[in-house]
Each structure stands twice: as C-alpha cells, then as structure tokens.
Design a protein around this ligand. Structure first.
Ligand SMILES: Cc1cc2nc3c(=O)[nH]c(=O)nc-3n(C[C@H](O)[C@H](O)[C@H](O)COP(=O)(O)OP(=O)(O)OC[C@H]3O[C@@H](n4cnc5c(N)ncnc54)[C@H](O)[C@@H]3O)c2cc1C
Length: 387
C-alpha cells in the first residue's frame, strides 16, 4: 500500500472513507464519532442487534462521560453503581475491597443496541448479518472488502472484530500460532436472577478459572466465567464443570444452586488468547480486543475498546483532511495505543497468572488482606482516567 494517501472517496455506492469490521463497543463508538465528523462510514456486523454477548458487563467509571457524550443516556437508565469488590479463593476465603470510583452494570444486549441506534442516526451505513471474509489492498490506495453481502471499497479499514475471528487466520496473526492455541481459554455466560447487591461485583476463583458476578439493568445479574479450555474438556462439558469444579467454591455453590437462570442455554465462546497483538496489521487499524485482550478479571476491556476509538477518531479525521499521511496515522495510533494500554495489559496478565490456580490465589488473597492500599494500586494500574 502506498504511503501517499488518496483523497476521501467521492460518493460511489460501494466506496467509503472508513469501513469498520465488527460492531461491538470499539467499532460502534468509532463509527458514531467519524460519521458525526462528516465522513462516509460503513460498519459490518455479523449478528443482528440486539443480541447477547459473552462479557461480564461491568464497565469501569472511566467510560461514563464518553458514553454519555456519544448519546447513551446512562443517568436516565438507573443502572447499578458498583463500588465494592469481593474476591474469593477456591475454598471460599474472601477478600473485600472498596472500589473508588468503581463502575456500573449494563448488559451488552442493551448497550450495543443503543449504540447501534446512535450509529444509524449519525448516518453510518450499518450492515447487520454481514460477515467480512477478507480485506485486501486494491488499486488507488483503497482496500477491497469481500463480505457476505458483496464487495466494498474503502480508504481506511478498521478491525474491531473482537477476540478472535476468521480474519485473524487470514492475516496469519502471530497470537494464533499453534503454541499459543494450546493455552486458550473458554468463557461461559448466563443472565440470572439472584439476591446480588446492586453495589457489589464478586470474583470467585475455582480450579482452572474464575467467575464474575454483578447486577445489570432491571434486577438481572450477569454471571460469567473464564476457564482453561483443557479443564473444561477434562470435566466433560459445561454442566459437569459447574457440578464438579465450580461448586467446590461455596459462594459459587450457593449461586449456581439457587439462582434462576434466564437463558435456556448458556452463551459460550472459545479460543480466547491473551498473547500480545499489534495495533496495526497489514495497514488495518485494530482496536478493542482485536488489538489486545486484557484478562477479564480486570473489568476493563470495554473501557479499552471505547478509549481506543476516542484515540483513533481525531487521527482518522486528520488523515481524511490530508493533515497527516497514512504512515503518520499508523505510527501515531500505535504510539498512543501502547502508551495508554501496555501497563494495563502487563498488570492484567500478571494477575491472571495467579487466578484460577488454587495455591497462588489463596496465598495472594491472604497477603493482600491487610494491604488495601496495594489492592487499590493494582486496580488503578489496570484502569485509566475518565476520557
Ligand atoms: C469472560 C469475559 C468477561 C469479560 N468481562 C468484562 C467486564 O466485566 N468488563 C469489561 O470492561 N470487559 C470485560 N470483558 C472484555 C470485553 O468483553 C471486551 O474487551 C469488549 O467486548 C471488546 O469490545 P470489542 O468491540 O473489541 O469486541 P466485541 O464486543 O467482541 O465486538 C466484536 C464484534 O465483531 C463481530 N465480528 C467478528 N468477526 C466479524 C466479521 N468477520 N465480520 C463482521 N463482524 C464480525 C462480532 O459479532 C462482534 O459483535 C470480558 C471478556 C470476557 C472473555
């Protein structure tokens, strides 16, 4: 791809300034910002809104102002404000910590749907039920996207397709090399009705993983766990895993035995890797989980996805206005991305090594109990300031 960038494409039905692949928080928020700046934006999402997604659904307060600026009426939604954290080891020993400023709970079903509506209102061409199969360089410094709805052309391609997609295989990204595949995780999620205080998020460890629980809207709660895929396989499936492994933690035993489950079947995903990724790959600008996945125990992946879009938006605007070259766009985005997220990712990975392993997590909880300042510091290292 040439480093001299072409002007914004003129109105041709299938040529756009920006094509966004994946309509989660990163892609939707980027699309809204760029469309409001007057650019021609198309977004491809393989599902149809609204839909459920595997996620713990706890959003750090750092994202509150940004979501409100986008137009999500968070204040009006009367959402649970979460200010306390409980962490237990597999035997049930509890560490209790105040979270300041903490976060809030909202389901992805609701949040992504609200953002999708804001994107349509902003003039984004939103292609639902459309899967992007490949992204290739084309003539005139454009990319050609081959999708289930035909071919499209774009000046810039942004990859916000989440943790792992067909496109990662096509791009031969390093994090899916055979040696990292063996260390993959799976994740399971339910919505439940149970007596969970609105201001509390709990993280309960079990042998091979950990399970988060907190309230979302309308008195529902989200129960979501991450487990090593080999442990899930060894147990013989989700139900057997819950009976024989999760329920050994007394806190999980209570919830899994008593709670009303609001889905007939749990949502499940696999192939979750925490190996480093890059923010730009084959001139495609990656954001959200496609650029780097923070372990879920940090409760910060959604804020990272939103923040990356806020970071990328003015740079893209400058590129479309011919104020910076494609090279400068890629370099500056990579620099800002690393500055904002590398410490969070490293701290998150360090913590993840302790979690899900009975002895280290018990020792860590015992040592941290009298040191609330250290726990606060660890939480702060995985979070950012409001933006
Ligand atoms: C178990 C677990 C619990 C978590 N809990 C929390 C939490 O409590 N708080 C928090 O902040 N973060 C949490 N996270 C992380 C958070 O879910 C992610 O960081 C966040 O969803 C990233 O948003 P995204 O927009 O990058 O990706 P996503 O929200 O995953 O969106 C990607 C979208 O791309 C679409 N897509 C994929 N491939 C294609 C394609 N080829 N063509 C078209 N569309 C495509 C998908 O359908 C999807 O909608 C958790 C993660 C896990 C695994």
């Amino acid at each position: 791809m040439s480093l001299i960038h072409s002007p914004e494409p003129t109105a041709h039905s299938k040529t756009y300034s920006l094509a966004i692949i994946g309509g989660g928080l990163a892609g939707l928020s980027l699309s809204i910002q760029l469309a409001r700046l007057g650019h021609r934006v198309i977004l491809f999402e393989k599902e149809r809104y609204p839909f459920h997604k595997v996620c713990g659904e706890y959003i750090a307060m750092e994202s509150w102002d940004f979501l409100e600026r986008l137009g999500v009426p968070l204040t009006e939604l009367n959402l649970p404000r979460i200010t306390r954290l409980h962490v237990s080891d597999p035997q049930g020993q509890l560490l209790k910590q105040k979270l300041n400023p903490g976060g809030f709970g909202i389901s992805r079903y609701k949040l992504d749907n609200l953002l999708a509506q804001l994107a349509r209102d902003a003039g984004v061409t939103l292609c639902e039920k459309t899967i992007v199969k490949s992204i290739e360089p084309a003539e005139n410094d454009l990319f050609k996207l081959t999708t289930s709805a035909g071919e499209f052309y774009t000046s810039v391609a942004a990859g916000s397709y989440g943790k792992y997609a067909n496109l990662d295989l096509r791009l031969k990204r390093e994090f899916i090399a055979p040696e990292t595949r063996s260390s993959a995780f799976s994740a399971i999620k339910y919505h439940i009705r149970h007596d969970i205080p609105a201001d509390l998020i709990s993280l309960h460890n079990f042998d091979g993983g950990y399970c988060g629980m907190s309230q979302v809207e309308e008195g529902r709660s989200c129960l979501c766990y991450l487990v090593r895929t080999d442990v899930l396989k060894q147990a013989g499936g989700i139900q057997a895993l819950e009976e024989t492994v999760l329920k050994r933690n007394p806190h999980l035993n209570t919830v899994l035995t008593q709670a009303e489950r609001l889905y007939e079947q749990p949502l499940a995903i696999s192939q979750i890797h925490f190996s480093p990724k890059s923010a730009v790959e084959a001139h495609i600008l990656m954001l959200g989980d496609a650029a780097g996945l923070i372990p879920p125990l940090c409760g910060n992946g959604m804020s990272m996805a939103l923040r990356a879009s806020a970071m990328l938006s003015p740079l893209l605007h400058d590129f479309f206005k011919h104020r910076i070259s494609r090279d400068q766009l890629e370099q500056e985005y990579t620099r800002q991305w690393r500055k904002a997220f590398l410490t969070r990712l490293r701290t998150g990975n360090l913590l993840q090594h302790l979690f899900g392993k009975p002895t280290p997590v018990s020792l860590a909880l015992r040592s941290l109990e009298p040191l609330p300042g250290v726990v606060r510091q660890l939480v702060n290292l995985t979070h950012g300031k409001p933006f």
